[in-house]
Design a protein around this ligand. Structure first.
Ligand SMILES: [Zn+2]
Length: 297
């Protein structure tokens, strides 16, 4: 099944507020949020957390897949609003959140969205401040949230260097950020190897070995059953195919990365209209993908 709306996924697991952005609530004995969307969603998430937990102050942890603005955005706001709330992420992500340049970038990318969604937060301060990571997650460690909710941390670099995925063996559920590709409106899968093509492939190969019945994709969809089972393999195949296409276009354009970016932007984004990502971030990411393949890293 393809879930396209926020709400209950299974008992105790919820997609909060807007499924286009990642924020997954696990109502375990230690209630926890996985990823934290973009800044402007802060008050909406808070309301949903209150709705599902009865009292938002019960929320103990935010686990973050990677230090991108659309996965960590509301964590500072939630920390301000929920005393005692703690944040966990990889060591590399913790280092990124300490850098003023990275925090400034997150703030600036968030601001465009804040301008467009002012009505959602009114006069509340949703801005992204420095984010202190309270717990550094190690590859392979198991975290127990109580009541049968345990998950494993799996390092999945390639989209970014700091990426981790979370796998819940009890319900065979995977939260993987963009370690798996993002489907467009036609359900064509777009791979997201921004930092390293090779690492991205190695990470996806690792994930395909998991027994998966639920995948909470980075954006737009949750997949269950049959749709979840085949997805990681398809995602890997689309990664190989996309790299092959980039190599072909590079060869026929004399190695010009810029013209390859223009060509793919036209074919995939402009001609189909199926990609839901805005033009500016799409182009920045596409340039990174072409570069990763061109430089064979
Ligand atoms: Zn990302």
């Amino acid at each position: 099944m393809i879930i396209r709306k926020a709400g209950k996924i299974v008992d105790g697991l919820y997609a909060l507020a807007d499924i286009d952005l990642p924020a997954w609530l696990v109502a375990a004995e230690t209630p926890s949020l996985f990823d934290a969307g973009i800044t402007f969603m802060g008050p909406s998430y808070l309301r949903e957390i209150r709705r599902y937990l009865g009292d938002e102050s019960r929320l103990r942890w935010v686990f973050i897949t990677h230090a991108h603005f659309d996965h960590s955005g509301t964590a500072p706001y939630l920390k301000r609003r929920i005393p005692g709330l703690k944040v966990a992420a990889s060591g590399l992500a913790a280092d990124i959140f300490k850098k003023p340049t990275a925090v400034n970038l997150i703030r600036s990318l968030s601001r465009d969205y804040e301008e467009q969604h002012k009505a959602l937060f009114g006069d509340e301060n949703v801005s992204f401040d420095a984010l202190e990571v309270d717990r550094v997650l190690a590859d392979g460690e198991t975290v127990d949230l109580g009541g049968g909710w345990t998950f494993r941390v799996i390092a999945t670099p390639g989209h970014t260097r700091d990426g981790v995925s979370f796998y819940f063996p009890g319900i065979k559920a995977l939260i993987c950020g963009e370690a798996a590709g993002v489907p467009d409106r036609n359900f064509k899968i777009h791979p997201e190897f921004l930092a390293s093509y090779r690492d991205y492939v190695a990470s996806l190969e690792k994930l395909t070995a998991l027994d998966v019945e639920i995948i909470m994709l980075s954006h737009h969809y949750v997949l269950t059953g049959q749709d979840a089972r085949g997805y990681l393999k398809k995602s890997l195949e689309s990664t190989f195919a996309f790299a092959e296409r980039i190599r072909g276009y590079l060869a026929s354009s004399g190695g010009s990365q810029e013209s390859v970016v223009k060509r793919i932007f036209k074919e995939d984004h402009q001609d189909t209209g199926a990609i839901q990502q805005a033009e500016r971030p799409y182009l920045i990411n596409l340039a990174a993908k072409v570069k990763a393949v061109a430089e064979n890293r």
